[in-house]
Design a protein around this ligand. Structure first.
Ligand SMILES: *Cc1c(COP(=O)(O)O)cnc(C)c1O
Length: 382
């Protein structure tokens, strides 16, 4: 790997996957891996899902791209499904960070205010606005002055949030479960206080559901899992099952701030991407799948708690639906290596959290298989 033509901004494991089927990936030697990453929360319906392949192939033969100069009935169709009866409207883009950029711009334009409260340890993306919204100095370091106006407050702390609100505060912007930061769910009572504070102070409530959205927590959106009604929801990762597409849903009352010319994207919501999103939403937003995710999520938490109850190295097990974190006491490098050797793919998050984001379509048998591998590796490590 020394003669690479690529900038070294990723640390890559020495394995390449060239084929995927259901919840399994195959490397260049034909070795089979069980995937508990979904490509970082992307392939929620697994790999080579036949209906998705058919939809995408059919669209590929018709037309890939038309710009947003013309009508786009696919965007209308997907937007209607994503909005689902909420009083919201959609904007399409290509990634999570772009969905958040759109949210930041909409918040500023609508309110005419600069200050947006975000949270310590959050992650919102890598472009300047989203990076600046991110409450981690490690993400900002070395890039000069960041976008002003973001105030970072401790997560799950009502007092700190109250104290941060000023005349210039436009919005509160948060992940309902901090993903990259270590799978840290918002406390339910705290979240209803956040909603209430937003209401009483006239602040917009924006949620970054780039990772928690698209069925991950057992509802189409984690906002539904928590029972809150945000003014803005951003989506990406699972929306196209691997075809790059993002979206921002915004309350209809904010629409006037995005008049023609205020914001846009060349590729945003193009036909190929939206043909994938259309089928993805159709397949994910069903009571059968979403109830299964809740059930498998609860099962996983119980199974891991039981299997790891005497394991000294486990500090906490937490999550919602199929977004699960196992926080370790000690360094996790060795555990990650052992799991790869066992042909199980997992993610890490925060300092020492094993993050599990298996495809939502996983069978209980395969889920149990992966959980057993994790339990065994952690027990062996002490
Ligand atoms: C991954 C992620 C992003 C960034 O998405 P990209 O598509 O990589 O730009 C933003 N917010 C959250 C919560 C994420 O998990």
């Amino acid at each position: 790997m020394t003669n690479s033509y690529l900038l070294p901004n990723y640390s890559r494991l020495p394995v390449e996957f060239i084929r995927g089927e259901d919840v399994f990936l195959y490397d260049t030697d034909g070795e089979k891996y069980l995937d508990f990453t979904s490509g970082i929360g992307v392939a929620n319906l697994g790999y080579s899902q036949p209906d998705l392949v058919t939809a995408l192939t059919a669209q590929a033969e018709l037309i890939w791209h038309t710009p947003n100069l013309y009508q786009n009935s696919l965007q209308e169709k997907v937007a209607e499904k994503l909005v689902g009866g909420r009083k919201m409207l959609a904007f399409f883009c290509n990634s999570g960070t772009e969905a958040n950029e759109a949210a930041i711009k909409l918040i500023r334009k609508y309110t005419g205010k600069n200050q947006i409260i975000t949270f310590e340890n959050s992650f919102h993306g890598r472009t300047f606005g989203s990076m600046s919204a991110t409450g981690q100095s490690a993400i900002h370091d070395g890039f000069g002055s960041i976008v002003e106006g973001f105030v970072y407050v401790p997560f799950n702390d009502s007092q700190a949030l109250k104290e941060a609100i000023t005349e210039d505060t436009a919005a509160v912007f948060l992940e309902l479960i901090q993903g990259e930061g270590g799978v840290i769910p918002a406390d339910e009572r705290w979240l209803s206080e956040v909603s209430e504070l937003c209401r009483t102070h006239g602040l917009l409530l924006a949620v970054d559901e780039v990772q928690t959205g698209m069925g991950r927590t057992g509802n189409l959106y984690a906002s539904d899992t928590y029972g809150i009604q945000p003014d803005i929801i951003t989506l990406a990762k699972g929306l196209g099952n691997g075809i790059p597409v993002g979206a921002m849903l915004a309350n209809q009352s904010l629409a006037a701030a995005f008049s023609p010319g205020t914001h846009g994207s060349t590729f945003g919501g193009n036909k190929l991407a939206l043909s994938a999103a259309d089928k993805v939403v159709e397949l994910i937003d069903t009571p059968e799948l979403l109830e299964k995710v809740q059930e498998l999520g609860n099962f996983s938490l119980e199974y891991l708690s039981e299997g790891l109850k005497n394991c000294q190295n486990v500090a906490a097990i937490r999550g919602k639906g199929l977004m699960i974190g196992i926080e370790l006491v000690e360094e996790i490098e060795e555990v990650m290596t052992s799991l790869l050797e066992e042909r199980l793919l997992v993610l890490r998050a925060g300092e020492s959290v094993i993050r599990l984001l298996p495809p939502l379509v996983i069978s209980k048998t395969n889920l149990k298989k992966g959980l057993d591998l994790i339990i065994n590796v952690l027990k062996k490590a002490g």
